[in-house]
Design a protein around this ligand. Structure first.
Ligand SMILES: *Cc1c(COP(=O)(O)O)cnc(C)c1O
Length: 362
C-alpha cells in the first residue's frame, strides 16, 4: 500500500493478502494449538505452537503496522500490551513518568505491580510543561494524548524530542486518537500502544490491544513478541480476525462520530445548564459537566438512544457519569459521552431532550 492513499483506502486495504482466485478477501481465523511440525528443526515451519504465533494474528499485525508506520505486536488486551511493554523495558530503580490524570487502570498497574518490583513512579498532570519538567533521570515517559477523561492534547513531538535528549524512552497511549488521527511513531515515540476495544474496532464486541514500534527503534518488536509468548497474554484468533474485519470501516466510522461530536458540542455549549464542554476536535469522546450527580444520572436515565455504558469509540452512542468509578478526580456531574454512527440529528435531539427532562425534575 502506497503512503499517498487516503485514510479510508488505507483502512480497507491494510494487511489484506494478495488476491488468490477462489479464496476470500480476508481469510477466516485459523484455530490451532499445535501446528503440523515434522522433522528435526522446529524453525522449519512458520508456526509450531499457538501461544508463539498464529497466521490470523500476523495478518492483522501487518495491517496495524501499515497504519502505525512501524511493526505491531498484538496482545490479548490493551492492558496486556501496556504490561508487557513496561515489564520488558523497566528495571528496578528506573523512574517511570506517567500521567496523574490518564487511564486509571494504568495507575493501578503501576502501584500494584510495578512499584513492588522497585520501579519508581513520577506521576504528573497531563500538561506539556509538567512532562518536560519531569524528564531528568527518567527511564521511560508514558504519555496519553488526548488524556482520558479531561481530553488534554499534549505536544507529543516536543516531549518526545526532549525525552530522547534526556535518555528516556517515550511511549504514547494512542487509544483515543487512533493512527488515523495521530501517528506517535512519526512524532518520535519509541512505541505506540492501543486498546482495540475502542475506536479501532468500534463494534463493542471484543477486547484486544497492540504495541507498535518503529523499525530499527530502541524497543524491538521481537523482544515484545518474546514477552508475549512468555507472559502468555495472547489474543484469540477469532478476536484478531474480527478486529481486522472491523478495521475497514475505521475511517468512515470516525468521520460520522466526529460530525456528530462537532454538532453536539455546539448544541451543548449553547446551554446554560451544561458546563466545561470538552472535545479535542477529533474522535468520539465529548465530556461535559451537569449540576450534580443526581442531574447527571437523570440525564442518562432519560436518554433513549444514548446507551449507559463505560468505554468509548463504538458504533452506538454511549455515556456514563465518570465519577461513579471513583477512580479519577472528576466533578460529580461529569458525563463522558461517546458519539456513535447513528444519524447526527437523532443523537443531538436525544441528548437535548434528555437534558431538558433532567433539568425539569422536581
Ligand atoms: C481502554 C483503555 C486501555 C486498556 O485497554 P483494554 O483493552 O481495556 O485492556 C488503555 N488505555 C486507554 C486510554 C484506554 O481507554
Amino acid at each position: 500500500m502506497s503512503a499517498v492513499h487516503g485514510d479510508s483506502t488505507r483502512a480497507v486495504h491494510a494487511g489484506q493478502p494478495a488476491p488468490v482466485p477462489g479464496e476470500p478477501f480476508l481469510p477466516g481465523p485459523v484455530f490451532a494449538a499445535p501446528f503440523h511440525l515434522p522433522g528435526d528443526d522446529p524453525g522449519a515451519a512458520p508456526f509450531g505452537y499457538g501461544r508463539a504465533g498464529n497466521p490470523t494474528w500476523s495478518r492483522y499485525e501487518s495491517a496495524l503496522g501499515e497504519l502505525e508506520g512501524g511493526e505491531a505486536v498484538l496482545f490479548a488486551s490493551g492492558m496486556a500490551a501496556c504490561s508487557a511493554l513496561l515489564l520488558r523495558t523497566l528495571r528496578p530503580g528506573d523512574v517511570l513518568v506517567a500521567p496523574a490524570d490518564g487511564y486509571g487502570v494504568l495507575r493501578a498497574l503501576i502501584a500494584d505491580q510495578l512499584e513492588p518490583l522497585g520501579i519508581v513512579p513520577r506521576l504528573v498532570p497531563s500538561d506539556d510543561a509538567a512532562f518536560l519538567d519531569a524528564l531528568p533521570g527518567a527511564a521511560l515517559v508514558w504519555l496519553e494524548s488526548p488524556a482520558n477523561p479531561f481530553l488534554t492534547v499534549l505536544d507529543t513531538p516536543r516531549i518526545a524530542a526532549a525525552a530522547r535528549d534526556a535518555g528516556a524512552l517515550v511511549v504514547v497511549d494512542n487509544t483515543l486518537a487512533t493512527p488515523l488521527r495521530r501517528r506517535p511513531l512519526a512524532d518520535g515515540a519509541d512505541a505506540s500502544v492501543m486498546s482495540a476495544a475502542k475506536h479501532l474496532t468500534g463494534h463493542s464486541d471484543l477486547i484486544l490491544g497492540h504495541v507498535a514500534v518503529p523499525a530499527g527503534g530502541r524497543i524491538a518488536a521481537d523482544a515484545l513478541r518474546t514477552a508475549r509468548t512468555q507472559i502468555g497474554a495472547i489474543p484469540g484468533p477469532f478476536e484478531a480476525w474480527l478486529a481486522h474485519r472491523s478495521l475497514a470501516t475505521l475511517a468512515i466510522r470516525l468521520e460520522r462520530q466526529e460530525a456528530t461530536a462537532d454538532a453536539l458540542v455546539a448544541a451543548l455549549r449553547a446551554r446554560p445548564d451544561v458546563a466545561d464542554v470538552r472535545w479535542p476536535g477529533f474522535g468520539s469522546v465529548v465530556c461535559f459537566t451537569l449540576a450534580d450527580a443526581e442531574v447527571a444520572q437523570a440525564f442518562l436515565a432519560g436518554a433513549r438512544l444514548v446507551l449507559e455504558a463505560t468505554s468509548f469509540g463504538g458504533v452506538h452512542t454511549t455515556a456514563e457519569r465518570r465519577g461513579r468509578w471513583g477512580m479519577e478526580p472528576v466533578a460529580e456531574g461529569l458525563i463522558r459521552l461517546s458519539t456513535g454512527i447513528e444519524d447526527t440529528a437523532d443523537v443531538v435531539a436525544d441528548v437535548l431532550a434528555a437534558l431538558d427532562g433532567a433539568g425539569k425534575r422536581p
